[in-house]
Design a protein around this ligand. Structure first.
Ligand code: ATP
Length: 343
């Protein structure tokens, strides 16, 4: 059971600038008074009354804390401490100061597939680690893939935000309608039981070509394409992508979660770990279409900013675990609810 310290966080940490905002509060830089070291304080508002729509259930924060405590890995943000006051819980996290991976990439003039693979490898190492512990992240998206700092070479990836993560107990059937519309697995949309395989499907959406193979003209169409796993590699956008990268993506884009590659299998795929000299050469010749990537990233940032303006969907994200029974019978309303958070 996680220990939430009852002391005032400000007695131990000086509160500094805002680093980011989530749906339930802010993340601020904090400075430890004794050591002078910098950390990130994630300030989460706790719901005071069970039926209130403001704030989080304490149990939901307990889950996030317990999971963070269980996942100590170089590619996962570390949790140092937890403080609790009447209205708030503060998680003291490792300060991740390199910004988002996608912003780092978007600033580059070009990116070889081999460089993209190095990033993908670190994401996979983090996922392999948590999946081995029967934990799924369930909210993988560009905003939650950060770089530890701006100086490390190669850059060190940190997966953040375990607010929707789930620890599977043996034999447990878990359903959730939580997630971000652009980055959800088909089994989430169709309210099927979930597993760590949902993270793997989403990973393929994050591949660095800058265009989703499911992209429809509207979000509704995109979600329809995801459910049906209807996609194509448009030559115009994927002409620079190597056949091995396409094979890698295809093996993640399996409708049946059991048919998808696991993180462990991904790390052994020839795109990530080439064996023959021919495979190495093919990787070296391919690159990422940066024009598409920059366009995709700019559009993504705009969407994130827009959604930060409306906190409506926020509440739903963690809340809807308990809504499953209700939403199961109402896929159309589920779709609308999700769409409202993405447009
Ligand atoms: P959401 O509602 O989007 O799920 P959240 O309330 O769970 O968000 P986080 O995603 O954990 O909060 O954090 C919000 C933002 O704060 C992040 O996008 C990031 O910019 C920043 N942030 C979070 N953790 C850290 C950290 N350890 N170091 C630096 N910045 C961080």
């Amino acid at each position: 059971m996680a220990v939430f310290k009852p002391e005032n966080v400000e007695d131990f940490y000086e509160i500094g600038e805002v680093l980011g905002s989530g749906h339930f509060g802010q993340v601020r830089q904090v400075r430890e008074r004794t050591s002078g070291n910098f950390w990130a304080g994630k300030f989460l508002k706790i719901r005071k009354v069970a039926c209130s729509r403001l704030g989080l259930d304490r149990s939901s924060v307990e889950r996030e804390v317990e999971i963070l405590q269980a996942v100590q890995h170089p590619n996962i943000v570390a949790l140092k401490d937890v403080f609790e006051s009447r209205a708030e819980v503060v998680l003291i996290l490792e300060l991740v100061s390199g910004g988002e991976l996608f912003d780092f990439i978007a600033e580059k003039e070009n990116l070889l597939e081999t460089e993209a693979i190095e990033f993908m490898k670190q994401i996979l190492e983090g996922l392999k680690f948590i999946h081995c512990k029967n934990i799924a992240h369930f909210d993988l998206k560009p905003e939650n893939i950060m770089l530890s700092d701006k100086v490390s070479k190669p850059p060190n990836i940190k997966l953040i935000d375990f607010g929707l993560a789930h620890l599977f107990h043996p034999g447990e059937e878990y359903k959730s309608t939580s997630g971000t519309p652009q980055y959800i697995a088909p089994e989430v949309i169709s309210c099927q039981p979930l597993s760590t395989a949902a993270d793997m499907c989403v990973l393929s959406f994050l591949r660095l070509s800058g265009l989703s193979p499911f992209q429809g003209d509207t979000d509704e169409e995109t979600l329809g394409n995801v459910i049906g796993m209807k996609y194509e590699f448009n030559e115009h956008y994927f002409s620079l992508t190597s056949p091995m990268a396409k094979d890698f993506i295809q093996k993640l884009l399996m409708k049946n979660p059991e048919d998808r590659m696991t993180a462990e299998e991904c790390l052994l795929h020839p795109w990530i770990k080439p064996i023959t000299p021919k495979q190495v050469a093919k990787r070296n010749r391919s690159s990422i279409n940066m024009k598409n990537f920059k366009k995709f990233n700019a559009r993504r940032k705009w969407k994130v900013m827009k959604s930060a303006d409306s906190c409506n969907d926020a509440f739903l994200q963690r809340q809807c675990e308990s809504d499953v029974e209700d939403t199961e019978s109402k896929p159309a309303s589920l779709l609308r609810r999700r769409l409202s958070s993405s447009s």
